[in-house]
Design a protein around this ligand. Structure first.
Ligand SMILES: O=C(O)CCC(=O)C(=O)O
Ligand SMILES: [Fe+2]
Length: 365
């Protein structure tokens, strides 16, 4: 935000909600700390207005996103299915991707171990306390701008090669697993991007392109604590990701819903053993000039158990200039987006509450 632009209006809250904010945000206990006190009803600060809740009638019962078997990445049927899914659904699951089942289990257990630490131990990594800016614990999405908070805490690891130098400062209960998981997921990330770029007639992933699409992986541990009444709240509100692509591991609780672009209903993404959920982020929508679509998705917490998920957000370098790639404009197609510096895009992304795909407007012509 520039110095001259107005600060976002502080949301107005009742005195009880101010107390909740103090405990959850200012004191750094997170929603996990609050849920662990044994609350039996949802605090006011987390109750969505009725029109924002996920209504059972808006959940599609007869459709699902594709599940693609990628045991043979180079099979044209596989590459076509990936590109088609990225254009039509913006979301798909992959199985037989090469990341061992043990690595998937280990990273979920590591996330549970971190969120199972006493609040004081977790708090050492709270934004402002953390010994390194490469690992930060936060709650909700933009609590300074939200009148209703999201039922989620997350620990975020920034993992470019330079960032990994601060590894000794990362939480010892989970840092080995983060590095191992990322190493095993990297070939999947590269393969997916190569296939998606080939589908746009981009021949080569050279160094410049790598920087402008996949310079920095961010590994998040999302924790959605057990919630007394999940459908009153948002685990995460409808949003698209500010990434190029996201590789998501969910646990077996379910609760992820994806927007169907044809009728606006919500499609549940069922947990599939060993699968990774892949979604197109805003940056790939921009660079592909809308060939591939970032799709709104949302999360509902679980009523009986803590839910964890582990997304890897693949993002450009901070000073990368992002815009439609020359290859997609070659045939005279008009660019739908202007060029933006990625760090400006991200600053805007985090400046207001999750609100569907409005984040793309920052770059739209
Ligand atoms: O937890 C999930 O299933 C999805 C998480 C997500 O959408 C996000 O972290 O952006
Ligand atoms: Fe997301």
């Amino acid at each position: 935000m520039s110095l001259t632009s107005p600060a976002p209006a502080m949301p107005r809250r009742d005195p009880n909600s101010e107390k909740t904010i103090d405990f959850v945000v200012n004191k750094g206990n997170g929603i996990k700390g609050l849920a662990d006190t044994g609350i039996e009803s949802v605090p006011q600060l987390y109750i969505l207005p009725p029109e924002e809740r996920l209504e059972p009638s808006s959940i599609s019962t007869h459709r699902s996103i594709p599940v693609i078997d990628v045991s043979n990445w180079d099979d044209p049927v596989v590459t076509e299915s990936i590109c088609e899914a990225a254009g039509k659904w913006g979301f798909f699951q992959i199985i037989n991707h090469g990341v061992p089942l043990e690595a998937l289990d280990a990273i979920k257990e590591a996330a549970h171990r971190f969120f199972g630490l006493p609040s004081e131990e977790r708090n050492k990594y709270w934004a402002g306390n953390s010994p390194t800016e490469t690992v930060v614990l936060k709650t909700s999405f933009a609590p300074q701008a939200e009148s209703v908070l999201e039922w989620k805490d997350y620990l975020s690891f920034r993992c470019s090669p330079g960032d990994l130098e601060s590894f000794p400062l990362w939480p010892s209960v989970c840092r080995d697993e983060v590095v191992k998981y990322l190493e095993s997921a990297k070939p999947v990330i590269r393969k997916l991007l190569e296939i998606l770029l080939k589908g746009l007639k981009v021949k080569e992933m050279d160094k410049a392109r790598e920087y402008s699409l996949m310079a920095t992986p961010i590994v998040n541990f999302n924790c959605f604590p057990r919630c007394p009444n999940p459908y009153l709240t948002a685990g995460i509100r409808p949003h698209s990701d500010g990434s190029t692509i996201t590789i998501l591991l969910q646990d077996d609780n379910g609760g992820l819903y994806v927007r169907a672009t044809d009728d606006n209903s919500w499609i549940h993404v069922p947990p599939v053993n060993g699968a990774l959920v892949i979604n197109v982020g805003d940056i790939l929508q921009i660079t592909s000039n809308d060939r591939y679509k970032s799709i709104e998705h949302r999360v509902v917490a679980n009523g009986s158990k803590d839910r964890v998920s582990v997304p890897i957000f693949v993002i450009p370098g901070a000073d990368a200039v992002v815009g439609p790639m020359p290859e997609v404009l070659q045939s005279g197609e008009q660019p739908l987006y202007k060029e933006v510096v990625f760090s400006d895009y991200l600053k805007n992304f985090f400046s207001s509450k999750h609100d569907g795909k409005k984040t793309l407007d920052f770059a739209r012509i």
